[in-house]
Design a protein around this ligand. Sequence first.
Ligand code: 3PG
Length: 216
Amino acid sequence: MSVKSDKVFEKFTEVCIIPVVVLNDAKDALPLGKALMEGGLPAAEVTFRTAAAEESIRIMAQNFPDMLVGAGTVLTVEQAGRAVAAGAKFVVAPGLDEEVVQYCLDNDIPVCPGTQTASEMMKALKMGLTKVKFFPAENAGGLKMIKAIGAALTALKFMPTGGINASNVREYLASDKIFCCGGSWMVKGDLIKAGEFDKITQLVKEAAGIVKEVRG
Ligand code: 3PG
C-alpha cells in the first residue's frame, strides 16, 4: 500500500470506531459532522445508498478538514470517482469488486473492500491489501470467525461492520486482529431524521469512551 493509504489507515486505527451513516438529506451533513467531531469520533463512512451521499461528503470534507470522511457502499468505479471528487478520503464496499479495488489502487485511493470468506480475503491479499472489512460481521460469525481465519491469514487486519453496537464493540476492539470497527448504532437514521443531534453527540461520546477504555 502507498504512504497515503498507510496514513489514512493509521487514522482509522486512531479513531477505532467508524460511524456508518445514511443521509437522506445533505442538510443534515453539517450538524451530523459537528456531533461526530464534538462527540470524539472524527470520522464518517457516508454510504452511497442515497442521492444525498455525494453532497454530504462534500459538505463534511469542506467544513471539517481534520475529519476522516469517506464513502461506503461503493459498488462501481463511477461511484468511487464521484466520491473522491467530492472529497472522500477512502472507499469502503460491502464486497470485493476487483475492478473497484484496482481503480482505487491505481489512483492511490485508500480502499477497504468487504470480505467474508478466506477466498475473498486471499483475493484482497493478492491485490496488495492488508486491511479488509468483515461484513456483515455478526451474521458472518463475528469475532470467532475473524480469529479463526485471521490465524491463517496473518497479514490481514479487519474492520468488522454489521451488527456491532455499544454492547459488543468492546470484545472486537480488544482483539489485535481488528484495526477498527464500523457501525451505525450512534448515528441511526431515526435520530438524524428527528434532528436529535444532541442525542447523537451523547451516543458518539459513549462510543469514544469505550475506545479509550479498551485501547487507551
Ligand atoms: C451497514 O450495512 O449499514 C453497515 O454495515 C452498518 O451496519 P449496522 O447498522 O449493523 O451497524
